[in-house]
Design a protein around this ligand. Structure first.
Ligand code: AMP
Ligand code: MG
Length: 422
């Protein structure tokens, strides 16, 4: 089946551009994302935060040798008396990195440390807590199981099997895993280039004094920060005035130099038509009013070969729409597959939250751990979409689904933790 164009898809029967549910908008965008294809080979440290462009096949067995999971003695299971103690003669030692050169014969055992190679002849390790040594005579407690405490070669990963699949984001754990296989270089997708600019006649750059009615351009900084955190290559185009000729020039330049273009402002009522006309000329773009708060107006489409996200102007709306729509889309474009959903979990809300059903709200909240188990969440206070302090104080979004009405104190709500561990 060929992909519909954005224009065709947006003409579907159940499509309401004036009240688009959050999940539907996400799914819509997802249909038009074609991940990067260009790749490069890099040393593994450089791969941190990038996405693997090839399966990494293990060149070795992990572990590479049959080894001990415990400190103790390597023995032959057949030597152990089933119902009573067994005394064997210690004939040597196998430490991690210093194997025992000989073989364990009948009646013999070898002192072994965690990670030590299990010597030939032995098949079982008895942990030291179950043994008593007097000189070279070691007595083992009854009840040992054949094969216990032995890690087989290739038990974690067989040579030739896929250790990490294409599409995997490289985090510190992946770096360690690659190193443990002796892999020093991997193929990753090239970084995603994202151009962005703010629109608005009222915006001033930091470092210049404010005239009457002017404000500092804060979206430039939040967007920069969010893109950098995702590992994108950012192309910061500053502020563009609300002037059709200047905007057209900026859009053309951005689309020619980047994989993705992000703008803020200029998509709310009154301004929308203005940008809309321009977009109609430059590319294929749909405007939505998303059934959400904050962040109602959002534009998505293509300009030339670039993806376009037109975010609202209000600083909190910018961050919420970025986290709820753009982040996942960028990760997908960067080659990550699958992109795990931003996890939500339940917490007990300690305050009353006013809300009307019919749209999804992302209130800013502070999660606290309750002694004895569970979490509570409280809103950060004023929730206006221009109040960036609410984002700064928050450690979570309180996600109130479409069907949810006003929340009474003590109600369990869904929250999304803002800080990733990795
Ligand atoms: P707009 O969507 O352009 O009508 O903007 C909505 C609100 O967000 C207005 O109050 C703007 O002044 C404000 N705003 C727009 N862009 C920015 C920006 N880059 N930084 C701070 N506030 C902004
Ligand atoms: Mg504006």
């Amino acid at each position: 089946m060929t992909k519909p164009t954005i224009a065709e898809a947006s003409c579907a029967d159940d499509y309401d551009p004036n009240s688009m549910p959050v999940d539907k908008a996400r799914a819509f965008i997802h249909r038009f994302l074609e991940p990067l294809t260009a790749t490069l080979r890099v040393p593994i440290r450089t791969a941190l935060g990038r996405v693997l462009a090839e399966d990494v096949v293990s060149p070795v067995d992990v572990p590479s040798h049959r080894n001990s999971a415990m400190d103790g003695w390597a023995v032959r299971a057949a030597d152990l008396a089933p119902g009573g103690e067994t005394t064997l003669e210690e004939v040597g030692a196998s430490f991690a990195g210093r194997p025992f050169a000989g073989k364990v014969g009948p009646g013999q055992c070898v002192r072994i440390m965690t990670g030590g190679v299990v010597p030939g002849g032995a098949d079982t390790v008895v942990m030291q807590e179950r043994a008593k040594a007097e000189g070279r005579r070691v007595t083992f407690a009854p009840g040992q199981k054949a094969g216990q405490n032995v890690r087989e070669a290739g038990e974690d990963l067989k040579r030739g099997s896929v250790a990490l699949a294409r599409g995997r984001l490289v985090r510190p754990a992946e770096l360690g895993l690659l190193a443990s296989l002796g892999v020093g270089e991997v193929a990753v997708y090239r970084p995603l280039r994202v151009a962005f600019f703010s629109t608005g006649d009222e915006l001033k750059s930091v470092g210049t004094p404010l005239g009457e009615g002017e404000i500092y351009d804060s979206n430039r900084y939040t967007i920069h920060g969010m893109l950098e955190r995702l590992g994108c290559e950012v192309l910061d185009m500053g502020v563009v005035r609300d002037d059709p000729a200047l905007l057209e020039r900026a859009f053309r330049e951005a689309a020619a130099n980047a994989d993705v273009v992000i703008t803020s402002g200029g998509v709310s009522v009154g301004e929308a038509d203005f940008v809309k006309d321009l977009m109609g000329k430059l590319g294929e773009v749909v405007f939505w009013k998303i059934a959400m708060k904050p962040g109602r107006p959002l534009a998505y489409g293509r300009i030339g070969g670039a993806h376009f996200f037109g975010l609202p102007g209000n600083p909190v709306s910018v961050m919420v729409t970025f986290y709820q729509f753009v982040r996942e889309a960028l990760l997908r474009l960067m080659g990550q597959d699958p992109v795990p959903p931003f996890p939500t979990f339940p917490a007990t809300c300690t305050a009353k939250l006013r809300k009307a059903p019919g749209r999804t709200e992302f209130q800013r909240g502070i999660l606290s751990r309750v002694a004895g188990g569970g979490w509570t969440v409280a809103p950060t206070g004023e929730q206006g979409s221009g109040i960036l302090k609410s984002m700064s104080e928050a450690n979570c979004f309180i996600v109130l689904g479409e069907a949810v009405g006003t929340v009474e104190p003590g109600t369990v709500v869904e929250v999304q933790f803002l800080e990733g561990l990795v």
